[in-house]
Write a protein that binds this ligand. Structure first.
Ligand code: NAD
Length: 437
């Protein structure tokens, strides 16, 4: 399921965003059928660079190359590991249809590897970058892309600690000033059904929202056994989801999708406090690093509204990835991926098939660039990420954490400088003993 999600292919019946508005475009559109293979020198072509060539990066590249707002080609790709670059490009050429295949135009000189691969992609003459590395790198990569004047598709989560969130907020403001598009990988915000669901709730379908409870209970993610030729940092990078500094823990890396929906519902306003519990009961083996395997958090919005979230990554348990919303006049639920319903006097269930939210992200990104009205998801995406980080801080320390404390936290995860070799791994946090700072 996760693999399918990462590689999600463009939908067959995508919404045509530019219908009726082509005259307003800054860059003219030419129907693909009217010309041969698109080239970097064509004036209407947008050049894309991919940073982080794993499952999601490859999927995002396929969606960028399929964007409905005119022609997009991939001209540069970078990863820590050269074999990942080549595998991703081969995958794009083989599995996403001939139109995507002909738009993969990354020659040898534009395949970059190593810790500075991101900067080489940014400096290679691209217009847009896709950021899909492990999250620890995101604030630095986002800042560099915006500093260089690039439009950005930025996967979630955008940071793993508060200094990272503050760097993201600075980049968001700079993107705004430079009129650069910044679209986030919080994909549910691009689902047509979810947009309608939340719009109805905001319009009062269930009256005032009293509480929301969300779950992200699932199985553990895969791991990689240590190889003798790997340095310690390579071992941790290969198992990045399980290292707190690289992923932010599963609450921040995965369950942040649920926290984001919660925040969307409640108007992206900050809560007063969060109190949380969590622990590590069923993980074993050095590949599983130092992350917890379960969390439960209560966000207090201070006006009687509370948001509750539970997430778990443990095998052989009951799984659930849902949202339960209680209002003064009815309830609303999202069970799993697609079972949406509102009950009460304004009962509603969606009709039709829905859209491909992953494709929609890129259709809207490229349409906004071409229309000269760059979309910027920055401020709410940073709020959602800080909410998840704040809940992790509360669980690790055992303290109730305020929004201001979380935003101003000085805790910076990970090493000061990056190099192949040794890197320490912090012990598993213990509530009541682990300090907040
Ligand atoms: N929106 C979604 O539904 C969704 C789904 C899956 C993953 N994601 C997010 O996408 C990101 C990537 O996840 P993934 O599943 O593709 O992981 P992955 O492990 O498959 O890919 C990550 C890639 O980044 C490379 N990398 C690591 N450090 C790098 C660096 N400093 N510079 C360049 N490349 C580097 C790795 O070698 C790897 O190829 C994560 O932030 C994850 O949370 C989002």
């Amino acid at each position: 399921m996760e693999q399918l999600r990462k590689l999600a292919r463009p939908g067959i019946s995508r919404r045509r965003f530019l219908e009726g508005s082509a005259a307003a475009l800054v860059v003219p559109l030419i129907a693909p059928a009217a010309r041969a293979r698109p080239r970097a020198a064509d004036p209407d072509v947008l050049k894309v660079g991919l940073i982080g060539c794993g499952g999601r990066g490859t999927g995002a590249a396929a969606q960028a190359l399929s964007a409905e707002a005119g022609t997009v080609i991939l001209t540069a790709a970078g990863d820590l590991f050269r074999e990942r670059v080549d595998a991703s490009l081969a995958n794009l050429a083989a599995h996403f249809g001939p139109e995507v295949a002909e738009r993969v135009q990354v020659d040898e000189e534009h395949r970059f590897a190593g810790f500075d691969a991101y900067q080489q992609v940014i400096d290679s003459g691209v217009d847009v970058v896709l950021l899909a590395t492990p999250p620890w790198f995101r604030p630095a990569h986002l800042s560099a892309a915006v500093a260089a004047g690039k439009h950005v598709f930025c996967e979630k989560p955008m940071a793993v600690d508060a200094p990272g969130v503050r760097a993201v907020l600075a980049a968001v403001a700079e993107a705004e000033r430079k009129r650069l598009a910044l679209v986030s990988g919080f994909c549910w915000r691009y689902s047509a059904r979810h947009r309608e669901f939340y719009a109805r709730l905001r319009d009062g379908a269930i009256g005032a929202v009293r509480a929301v409870y969300s779950t992200y209970n699932t199985s553990p993610l895969g791991t990689h056994t240590r190889r003798p030729e790997w340095s310690e940092i390579e071992f941790q990078l290969r198992n990045w989801q399980h290292m707190i500094w690289l992923s932010g823990d599963h609450l921040v890396e995965q369950a942040v999708h649920s926290i984001d929906k919660q925040s969307w519902l409640l108007g992206d306003r900050p809560p007063l406090t969060v109190t949380a519990v969590g622990g590590r009961q069923a993980r074993s083996g050095e590949e599983s690093g130092n992350v917890y395997d379960h969390f439960s958090a209560t966000f207090d919005y201070g006006d009687g509204v509370k948001a509750f979230h539970m997430c778990r990554q443990i095998a052989n348990c009951s799984n659930d990835n849902s949202d339960y919303i209680l209002g003064e006049k009815g309830n609303a639920t999202i069970l799993g991926w697609s079972n949406l319903a509102i009950t009460g006097p304004n009962a509603w269930v969606p009709e039709g098939e829905g859209n491909d939210m992953y494709q929609q992200e890129h259709d809207e990104l490229f349409a906004s660039i071409r229309a000269g009205t760059p979309r910027n998801d920055g401020s709410w995406m940073a709020t959602s990420v800080l909410l998840a980080i704040m809940a992790r801080m509360a669980a690790y320390t055992g303290q109730t954490i305020t929004w201001e404390q979380a935003l101003n936290s000085q805790q910076k995860l990970g090493p000061e400088t990056l190099a192949w070799g040794d890197v320490p791994l912090d012990p598993v946090p213990v509530p009541g003993q682990t300090r907040f700072f």
